[in-house]
Design a protein around this ligand. Structure first.
Ligand SMILES: NC(=O)c1ccc[n+]([C@@H]2O[C@H](COP(=O)([O-])OP(=O)(O)OC[C@H]3O[C@@H](n4cnc5c(N)ncnc54)[C@H](O)[C@@H]3O)[C@@H](O)[C@H]2O)c1
Length: 367
């Protein structure tokens, strides 16, 4: 077992190119990287929601923020060459399953060709040493079994979003073999200094997510309006985890890619513990209880698009080789979301609230 932790010294002054910094995960990661002293260039479309964590925490002030499209190869290349990053973290995506049914072409263009463009830009930017491409647990072929999925299991994906993320995985593996450092590389002209990995996480939740058709944001919107939550699929089980959990995995992975290169250039799962795979009804009941008066829910019996049944990630590899494991259980996570949202309701400085929650999470890393 390697004794690895997120190393502030590693990130201090490190140049990071982060796509998707205006979104939910990207805004949290920008704050965390900024806290550690990294120099972040963000590349993304405008925030996908109103309100947004990006605007509420004034993330643009802490990053060199470029509002542009990953479908535009020349713009992406120019931005990366200008930034000269050592670490690239690719988070930008059309991230909603339901929208992928409405906009399959845009979803594939962003999630698949966006990945191709990102990796092309890396090829032409001599400064990059590590790339982490963020995909999802939904990239696996769902065999509807009870065992956790390991990183070497087949790619699949039922709906356009999930399959686009599986494609993003395949694109990354092909680029790694063809152009970048890999123990199995057959590249004629590889860039051995670049180590490229992918990261697959579960259903990520946390304060500041306003995404549509997502359970926790739907609940928060209803609570703030004093209306009941209408639940679809209360029995559906999902692998819930606080947003800081996979983000800690992405940072640990990036560190190891820079330090040990090809050894870590592979796929990695960063999922919650088994007991945090809970059904939707349990999560909403717990949110209502912690929120207190005015929070209640009803069951919506309408017909809804297919969503894959529960798929569990086996995270043994991240535990063994990155010393990564889940630190906040679902109860702590829901508590943090309620505290964050009450602070939003009270008009508190939300950047400070996020930084405090990052402090609390960091403290749990050393326990
Ligand atoms: N939230 C989750 O539960 C979850 C779970 C697993 C994986 N993921 C993955 O994590 C990543 C971030 O998810 P999120 O919840 O923060 O999503 P989000 O919708 O909040 O943010 C998406 C980001 O991508 C940017 N973006 C979208 N299309 C773009 C384009 N064409 N060009 C440039 N930027 C574009 C948006 O502007 C935004 O910054 C995605 O890759 C998603 O697939 C999310």
């Amino acid at each position: 077992m390697i004794d690895t932790v997120i190393d502030t010294d590693f990130w201090k002054g490190r140049s990071v190119f982060l796509t998707g910094h205006t979104g939910f995960k990207g805004a949290w990661l920008s704050l965390w990287l900024n806290k550690m002293g990294a120099s972040v260039t963000g590349y993304a479309l405008s925030p996908p929601t109103v309100p947004s964590l990006y605007e509420l925490c004034r993330v643009g002030e802490l990053t060199t923020s470029i509002i542009a499209d990953v479908r535009d190869l020349s713009s992406l290349k120019a931005a990366m060459i200008q930034a000269q990053p050592e670490v690239v973290i690719h988070i930008a995506a059309q991230a909603l399953v339901r929208d992928s049914y409405q906009m399959p072409v845009e979803t594939y263009a962003t999630n698949v060709m966006g990945t191709v463009h990102l990796l092309e830009a890396v090829r032409y930017c001599g400064s990059v040493r590590a790339v982490v491409n963020v995909t999802t647990d939904k990239c696996y072929e769902n065999r509807e079994w009870a065992w956790g999925y390991r990183e070497n299991e087949a790619m699949g994906g039922y709906d356009p979003y999930s399959s686009s993320k599986a494609c993003s995985e395949l694109v990354t593996a092909a680029y790694r073999r063809s152009f970048f450092a890999s123990s199995r590389s057959h590249a004629l002209t590889p860039s051995p200094a670049v180590a490229v990995a992918t990261a697959r996480a579960g259903n990520v939740i946390g304060g500041g997510d306003w995404g549509k058709d997502r359970l926790v944001p739907d609940c928060i919107r209803a609570f703030l309006k004093g209306e009941p939550v209408h639940l679809r699929n209360p029995d559906a089980i999902r692998p819930w985890q606080h947003v800081l959990e996979p983000l800690s995995g992405y940072m640990l992975l990036a560190q190891r890619l820079v330090q040990d290169g090809a050894k870590f250039a592979d796929a990695w799962n960063f999922g919650p513990e088994d007991q945090d795979a809970r059904d939707v009804g349990w999560v909403v009941a717990s949110l209502c209880k912690k929120w207190g008066s005015g929070a209640e829910y009803t069951i919506d019996d309408g017909i809804h698009p297919h969503e894959a049944t529960y798929l569990k990630l086996d995270c043994s590899k991240a535990r063994a080789y990155l010393n990564w494991r889940s630190r906040w259980n679902l109860d702590t996570t829901i508590d943090a979301i309620v505290r964050w949202t009450k602070a939003y309701q009270d008009g508190t400085n939300l950047r400070q609230v996020c930084m405090k929650q990052i402090d609390e999470y960091e403290a749990s890393l050393f326990r």
